[in-house]
Design a protein around this ligand. Structure first.
Ligand code: SF4
Length: 238
């Protein structure tokens, strides 16, 4: 068996001799061999779509679904199922030469609640979210180091509601601590978010309307109610 090489950022060919011929490198690219391995933390199927599309030509991707922040178990299951649905359909798409792996982290929402409940009243994007990113990125870096991945990153930056700078700082910190590469990318750039909504539609994925935790669900509900109330008042005054 050919042992997968681990030289981050350099293209390797598929053969054991590392001959670097074009044919060998191309074959390696198609199978995923020879590309740097990437553990891609994913918050949900829809957000992962455009990140995977962008990264798959250059990285051998394993999606890491680690989201104890999704406090309602039913919602967690639904998002996980849709993540798997996307990967399955992506891998079966005859027009796409790349394959993506899937890995699930442990689901223990009590860990999230313990860390974040002191900040329950913070608005989305505040301190609570920083702690939530930290929890998910530390675990991703730990697993990446433990399993000898070349690098790790997260789909979280695809969302326009999430602060790229905060996520980037956390990623870099854990890359240093666990001695593993961090792919520092703001996936919302180059219309990344827009593309994720297009692909989610194309692959018929469930798209939730709140971030994940119970606090964000309540916030989203409030926003919805306020919007409905505003529309109702506008109609009445017409
Ligand atoms: S709003 Fe989202 S990012 Fe913030 S704490 Fe809740 S699940 Fe985590």
């Amino acid at each position: 068996m050919v042992e997968k090489k681990k030289t981050f950022g350099i293209e390797n060919c598929i053969c054991a001799e590392d001959c670097q011929s074009e044919e060998c490198i191309l074959q390696g690219r198609e199978t995923g061999l020879g590309k740097p391995s990437l553990l891609l933390h994913s918050c949900c199927g829809p957000c992962s779509t455009s990140c995977i599309e962008r990264l798959a030509p250059d990285y051998d991707i394993t999606v890491f679904f680690y989201n104890p922040n999704i406090t309602a178990e039913e919602e967690y299951k639904k998002r996980k199922e849709n993540q798997i649905k996307f990967i399955k359909r992506y891998n079966e798409n005859p027009d796409i030469p790349y394959k993506v792996n899937f890995m699930e982290g442990d689901y223990d929402s009590s860990r999230f609640i313990k860390l974040c409940c002191p900040y329950a009243d913070e608005p989305e994007g505040g301190k609570r979210c920083g702690i939530c990113f930290d929890m998910r990125l530390e675990k991703t870096a730990q697993i990446a180091a433990l399993m000898n991945f070349d690098t790790f990153t997260t789909t979280l930056t695809v969302s326009p509601h999430k602060d790229y700078k905060v996520i980037s700082q956390i990623g870099k910190r854990y890359a240093d601590i666990y001695k593993v590469g961090f792919l520092d990318m703001d996936f919302k750039k180059k219309d990344g978010f827009k593309r994720s909504t297009q692909l989610a539609k194309e692959y018929e994925l469930y798209r939730q309307d709140f971030c994940g935790c119970e606090y964000s669900r309540i916030e989203a509900e409030k926003r919805r109610e306020e919007k409905e109330e505003k529309e109702r008042r506008e109609k009445e005054s017409e």
